[in-house]
Design a protein around this ligand. Sequence first.
Ligand code: GSH
Length: 260
Amino acid sequence: MAAAQQLNAKLYVIPGSHPAMAARRMLELKGIPYRRIDLMPVISRGALRALRFPSNTVPSLAIEGRKLTGSREIARELDVIQPDPPLYPSEPERRVAVEDAERWGEEVLQPAVRRILWNALKRDRAPLASYAEGARLGVPIGLAVKTAAPIVAAANRMNGAYDDAVRRDLASLPGWLKRIDDWIGEGILGSTPPNAADLQIGASLRLAMTLDDVRPVIASRPAGQLAVRAIPDFPGHAPPVLPASWLAPAREAEEAAAAG
Ligand SMILES: N[C@@H](CCC(=O)N[C@@H](CS)C(=O)NCC(=O)O)C(=O)O
């Protein structure tokens, strides 16, 4: 195993990508220096295919002569390459619980937050620039945003960010937040330093919290606090744009919880 500082890692990301942010935090927590390559959404697919990664999504990581794609795959491999600090508990039962939470985070929460974001950006593209803060896309950010309409439309289609789906996602949010709060209560989530499930789920919550529409129903809960601990900084800010009726179930659940 190479010492962390000798590793030559290149992480391919899309600005605003939550699984990519999870991978960034994994590398930072393990003290592995890396070069970040920012790609434009949609166009990223061809670039990653040309670079012969196993799949065409971000995060993709080139490290020690290997090419890895996928936030969960990257977490597992990083724990082998640089075991300290560990992303998974060593005790088998606890490890299974963390892996289950991580899998749910990737399969359920992550795509839902992606759909909500792209649906919001379809209604107002101006916030795109804020998600690209600090990114080097090879073109001025202002120009990238001005010409982004076809990319936003394609990303909406490719991610199934249709109105019906997003309305259902927002209606499911209270139950999901309760599940996350329960996992925190059981000690499956919320470890210091964060485990792989904290980073997977925390990155999705953190991205959701960049939306003014959604932040108020997450921020004050244990889930929201976990997200900020796991991912202290997440660029991006989108003012309210989603229909109020879509947000009503989550707001009512939040009010009921606050009233005790
Ligand atoms: N579930 C995978 C999927 C990652 C994924 O879908 N990433 C999005 C960005 S958040 C992507 O690469 N999209 C390609 C595109 O927008 O063209 C993971 O956790 O790594």
